[in-house]
Design a protein around this ligand. Structure first.
Ligand code: SF4
Length: 504
């Protein structure tokens, strides 16, 4: 769609705006100064009916008390004041906003409304009540014919009610606004470079696993039954959006039980707890709701079983992860954490003939193969867990992502940095030679990663809500038509296959 810069256009209305933008644009950027008013805007738009992507940038009037002169508003949609039902969505707004924020600019995302003429104070008040953040007099007309093509609208706030734009005292604010345009302009160049027709390879399964859904539902039920606050030991799952949403409902996340008042409902997270924590909760009489994933509970039972028969247990996992802390606590005198092949070379055991190993549930067996190779060499009688004890959710997500990455130019993994299984997904793509990025949500997607990427792989860690994938897909679709792609599926037996998805 774009690539060469002459395949898109950046509209600016005033000469001063075009000059300011030009100072931040590389030579040859197609900048079209339109002149003021809807008639000139419509005329300019008519000259770009075959241009692949359309952007508008310039100054606007602010409608919200949260705005300051010089702040940028990236339109989530562009509306007409005289036809508010006729809105043009701008789904790439979060990615443009992220690019602007990287440049140190103050950015807001929200609707921009186009009025037929410079609005008076009463009109601004009325428009503010609609939820719009900024008002101009051209954007809707410039983008009116854009449907189906990528669009972007970035406005810098020049004035705020009650002082109108042409008030003499507003000249200082106008200068402040114009100063924000040169540093903002490169973000629109990044946006244009990322627009294209592309395929999206969507991994399946992705996002919430059964253990995470169960844990979240248990906190929600506890809130329904007991009312807030409900205390959760540690993060219920490793995702900032989930934690924030439950926090808004009244869940309180604590590191230790001593932060929980006597008698308060207490939830154990999906990652499980060491027996000592259960004992403390019982001693204090805390009403406990145990949201430990059944697969983690199974791993704890396996640890008790093999430790109980006298084996030294080598737990392959990561230090500091709640799950490994919980499993280690089952038999601290018999279980040793092994994090790497180097650890495996060094670990000492009481009886080399009686050694078992366990694996942190969110690690795939092929990720720990180097560690296992060392352990098998050193302890030929090494016994391991049955395949029933590994987490099918993590394994299947990893297998699907491996196939997706092989067909993609770049991979986006939705998930939190704290989520071990999300980090694993990134590592798998990188090991296969595909650039991959872990992003908390679409706001963290860097447009530069998408420049030239004709096939983008998308997946999400098992603690990431499906909505994050939907928002990312919507933003990718806003960068240009999505060609029919593949949904890479791994069923519970670990078989990977591709199925067609519909074009968006
Ligand atoms: S990733 Fe596996 S072990 Fe972790 S909560 Fe989900 S199902 Fe349970």
């Amino acid at each position: 769609m774009t690539g060469p810069s002459d395949e898109w256009v950046l509209f600016a209305v005033l000469r001063a705006e075009a000059r300011a933008l030009g100072r931040g644009l590389p030579p040859g950027t197609p900048l079209h100064r339109t002149g003021t008013g809807t008639a000139r805007a419509a005329d300019a738009a008519s000259r770009h009916r075959s241009t692949s992507a359309l952007a508008v940038a310039g100054i606007a009037g602010g409608l919200s008390a949260a705005l300051r002169p010089g702040d940028l508003v990236v339109a989530s949609e562009v509306r007409r004041d005289n036809a508010p039902w006729d809105t043009l969505p701008c789904p790439t707004a979060p990615m443009i906003a992220a690019s602007l924020r990287r440049r140190g600019l103050t950015v807001h995302i929200g609707p921009v409304v186009t009025a037929a003429r410079l609005p008076d104070a009463a009109t601004r008040l009325r428009l503010a009540c609609t939820g719009a953040l900024a008002v101009d007099t051209e954007s809707a007309a410039l983008l009116a014919d854009a449907r189906g093509r990528p669009v972007a609208c970035v406005r810098v706030i020049a004035d705020l009610p009650p002082r109108p734009r042409l008030h003499p005292f507003a000249l200082g604010r106008l200068a402040t606004a114009l100063r924000a345009l040169p540093p903002a302009a490169p973000a629109l160049v990044e946006w244009a470079a990322a627009t294209t027709v592309r395929q999206v390879q969507l991994a399946e399964p992705r996002s919430f696993c059964a253990g995470v859904e169960r844990a979240i539902a248990m906190v929600q039920r506890a809130l329904d039954q007991h009312g807030p606050p409900v205390y959760v030991r540690r993060r219920i799952v490793h995702n900032a959006h989930v934690v924030a949403a439950l926090g808004r409902r009244g869940a309180v996340f604590v590191d230790d039980l001593d932060e929980i008042p006597d008698g308060a409902p207490t939830v154990f997270s999906a990652h499980g707890v060491p027996p000592a924590v259960r004992a403390t909760a019982a001693r204090r009489g805390l009403p406990v709701i145990d949201a430990t994933c059944p697969l983690v509970t199974k791993a704890h039972s396996a640890a008790r079983r093999v430790a109980g028969r006298g084996d030294t247990v080598l737990l392959i996992g990561h230090a500091g992860h709640e799950e490994t802390e919980g499993t280690l606590g089952e038999a601290p005198e018999r279980i040793t954490l092994v994090q790497s092949a180097q650890d495996a070379e060094r670990v000492e055991v009481a009886d080399p003939a009686r050694v078992s190993y366990l694996v942190q549930t969110t690690l795939a067996m092929d990720e720990v193969s180097d560690v296992l190779e060392v352990l098998r060499r050193r302890f030929p009688g090494l016994t391991g867990p049955s395949t029933d004890d590994t987490c099918y959710a993590a394994t299947n997500r990893q297998a699907a992502l491996r196939a997706v990455a092989a067909r993609s130019d770049v991979v986006l993994v939705l998930g939190s940095g704290r989520s071990a299984n999300s980090r694993r997904l990134v590592e798998i793509a990188l090991r296969g030679g595909t650039p991959a990025y872990l992003v908390e949500d679409v706001d963290a997607v860097d447009l530069r990663w998408l420049a030239g990427a004709r096939a983008v792989g998308v997946t999400a860690g098992s603690a990431a809500p499906p909505r994050l994938v939907d928002e990312t897909m919507a933003a990718l679709a806003g960068l240009g038509p999505l060609a029919p792609g593949n949904r890479i599926t791994t069923d519970d037996a670990g078989v990977t296959r591709g199925t067609e998805t519909r074009a968006r």
